[in-house]
Design a protein around this ligand. Structure first.
Ligand code: FAD
Length: 388
């Protein structure tokens, strides 16, 4: 694309979702640009990177399960393609997950999840406490049972984001390091944005992929604004002993006193413990209470964490939507599409989102697996929260 020509597609937001959209669009021959003050940043700086279609299954989210599974199936090829193109390792580990229970209530909860998984045709194996500890010897003696899910893997979201930035560069995507201030609508059609320094960026189609800020872009007609809200999550990072797999070999997770906690051991030796889930607007303060709860609950599962070095604490914002599922594809405003609202599964949903957006940008049609996630399912959005 020549620097002066108008791109076919302008993606607002260069988090993992905007970047995968831009990369896949460029691969289909569309001249593509991204606008973001900090491409490759966003929630992927914080996220644990679980690819957890099975263990993240919740009641009422069976439609989302279909999309999650479609994306999980694409991950091996997606990761291999991205690494081959960019030379970036992604920390993709096909390590499986163990969801465990510490008391009778947790065990009842896990049994219900198992029944739901079985009704949905998913693979998960019930284990006794002893069998859990045989798989993961660092687990607390009090673990009463668990679910072994060999299909739920992990990736390092920071490395994924860096690889996607590189893939965009290699595929000819132009990157504007600026904030989109306002959508430009001309003759009833989205035709570009104006950035915070007053520069106009025109495009044939605009994709709004600004994560939790997607509902805040000025100039988007109120009935088209996506009903996306920020859901705060705090995480803690520790460092495990040198030899990989000796501390924990797979992701371990549980519900402890009603709160979800997980420990994700990376091949780099990092152990990510997450995550709180807080409706706090745009606040990203790391709080003593948040860190305390994470460490307390993780310690009940794996007491040996107290010996590990604590290397980082961080908070980020998940782009939540009213039904916890993403908004993908055309809006009521011609020329404006959405790729947002991926909430707690954005890392998992990266491959399928890139493919779906590339399809709809080139053909005007969403592929069948993405059709239930049209933004039109919500009608007019109602936003109640304001940014700080
Ligand atoms: C604590 C935590 C744990 C998580 N764990 C997992 C997990 O284990 N597995 C999983 O699948 N998902 C997980 N997620 C969710 C996942 O991280 C998100 O769904 C995903 O990163 C969202 O990506 P995004 O690109 O849509 O948004 P974001 O990452 O928020 O990126 C949005 C981008 O848009 C830019 N932007 C915003 N406004 C503008 C503007 N006006 N102009 C230009 N650019 C703009 C921002 O700078 C940013 O770079 C987790 C999230 C959190 C917070």
């Amino acid at each position: 694309m020549s620097p002066t020509s108008t791109p076919d597609v302008l993606v607002v937001g260069g988090g993992i979702i905007g970047l995968v959209t831009a990369w896949r669009a460029a691969q289909r021959g569309l001249a593509t640009a991204v606008v973001d003050p900090e491409p490759g940043g966003g929630a992927a700086r914080v996220a644990a990177g679980m690819l957890a279609a099975v263990t993240e299954l919740h009641y009422g989210e069976e439609t989302l399960l279909g999309l999650n599974l479609a994306s999980a199936r694409r991950y091996p090829d997606f990761a291999a393609e991205l690494t081959e193109l960019t030379g970036h390792g992604l920390g993709y580990r096909r390590c499986g997950t163990l969801a465990v229970a510490l008391d009778a209530d947790d065990r009842a909860h896990l049994r219900e999840l198992h029944a739901l998984q079985q009704r949905s045709g998913l693979e998960a194996q019930w284990l006794s406490g002893r069998e859990c500890r045989r798989l993961e010897p660092m687990l607390a003696p009090g673990v009463r049972g668990g679910l072994r899910v060999d299909g739920d893997h992990q990736i390092d979201p920071r490395r994924l984001a860096a690889a996607l930035v590189s893939a965009c560069e290699r595929s000819g995507v132009s990157v504007h390091r600026a904030r989109a201030e306002r959508l430009v609508v001309t003759g009833g059609r989205a035709t570009g944005v104006v950035t915070s320094d007053g520069t106009g960026l025109a495009a044939g189609q605009v994709v709004l992929a600004a994560g939790s800020l997607s509902g805040r872009l000025a100039g988007v007609p109120p009935h088209v604004l996506p009903p996306v809200r920020p859901v705060k999550g705090q995480v803690v990072r520790l460092t495990m002993p040198e030899r990989p797999g000796t501390f924990l070999s797979r992701t371990v997770r549980a519900v402890v006193r009603g709160s979800h906690v997980y420990l994700v051991p990376r091949e780099s030796g990092e152990l990510v413990i997450g995550a709180t889930s807080e409706e706090m607007g745009w606040d990203t303060t790391v709080t003593a209470g948040g860190v305390y709860e994470l460490l307390r609950d993780a310690h009940e599962l794996v007491p040996g964490i107290t010996e590990l070095a604590l290397t980082e604490t961080r908070a980020g914002l998940r782009p939540g939507s009213p039904d916890n599922a993403p908004l993908l594809g055309p809006t009521e405003l011609e020329g404006l599409l959405l790729a947002t609202g991926h909430y707690r599964n954005g890392v998992l949903l990266t491959p399928v989102t890139g493919d779906a957006l590339a399809d709809v940008l080139t053909t005007g049609e969403l592929p069948p697996e993405a059709r239930p996630f049209t933004p039109r399912r919500f009608g007019a959005a109602v936003l109640t929260e304001q940014p700080a």
